[in-house]
Design a binder for this molecule. Structure first.
Ligand SMILES: Nc1ncnc2c1ncn2[C@@H]1O[C@H](COP(=O)(O)OP(=O)(O)OP(=O)(O)O)[C@@H](O)[C@H]1O
Length: 219
């Protein structure tokens, strides 16, 4: 689904933060992306979401060379990828329900067609009773789950989650992990960026490990 071949990335004139990165995210796969702080996990996720372009190397996404994808095709391609950002990026003037519904609303779909899907998904992530409040009233863990629901509402083929358990206590982290493994069993590829060893030890999944911009894979 997503393939990197000898990808390098540098910001401006700085040193390369990713070097000769080669890997493949297979359909229906589950993997952790890990490594010390500053190793390049967020940068790698931004490349996978087409929010950044590599300085060198080849990235193919759903079989297409991303360097040749016209800008006008990017929104449709991005809809096939769900992202949970480290800082949630919820819109504060919209309710939880409206935030989660937004990816569908912007495509012009009639609300009557998706209302029950949004409600069902919010219940699935445990926010059934927090649908109509604004993000400033939500706890860190609730914001986290709202961000996960928003990433999933358009039924992406792949979910990229950047430190999705960074702001929650261990029981909630385990619950979120269960949510991701359930989602994976339903057929979605999942990439979880984390440096939480305890979390990784709970699931037998592939580990993509970044060290100083280079990558090792432990299947
Ligand atoms: N916009 C940017 N401009 C310049 N340098 C950047 C930018 N974003 C990240 N970097 C640098 O790239 C390197 C990798 O950062 P990145 O955020 O990808 O690492 P990370 O593994 O996600 O870290 P963390 O676990 O702390 O979130 C760091 O040295 C960082 O300072």
């Amino acid at each position: 689904m997503i393939r990197f071949e000898n990808v390098g990335l540098r910001y401006g004139m700085g040193a390369e933060v990713l070097r000769d990165v080669t890997f493949h995210i297979a359909p229906k796969s589950l993997q952790f992306l890990t490594g010390p702080s500053g190793a390049g996990k967020t940068s790698l996720i931004r490349l996978m979401f087409l929010a950044l372009r590599p300085t060198r190397g080849l990235i193919t996404m759903f079989g297409r060379d991303t360097a040749r994808i016209p800008k006008s095709d990017l929104p449709a391609l991005r809809r096939r990828i769900g992202v949970v950002f480290q800082d949630f990026r919820l819109l504060e003037h919209l309710t939880t329900y409206e935030n989660v519904a937004l990816p569908l609303r912007v495509t012009g779909v009639d609300e009557a067609k998706y209302r029950s899907d949004v409600v069902e998904l919010l219940k699935w992530v445990g926010l059934g009773d927090r649908m109509h409040v604004l993000p400033p009233v939500l706890s860190g863990g609730e914001k986290q789950r709202a961000a996960i629901a928003r990433a999933l509402i358009a039924q992406p083929e792949i979910l990229l989650a950047d430190e999705p358990t960074g702001n929650v206590d261990p029981p909630l982290a385990r619950r979120l992990l269960r949510l991701f493994t359930e989602l994976n069993k339903l057929g979605t590829s999942v990439v979880i960026a984390t440096h939480d060893i305890n979390l990784m030890n709970q699931v037998d999944a592939r580990r993509i490990v970044l060290h100083d911009g280079r990558l090792d894979i432990y299947d």
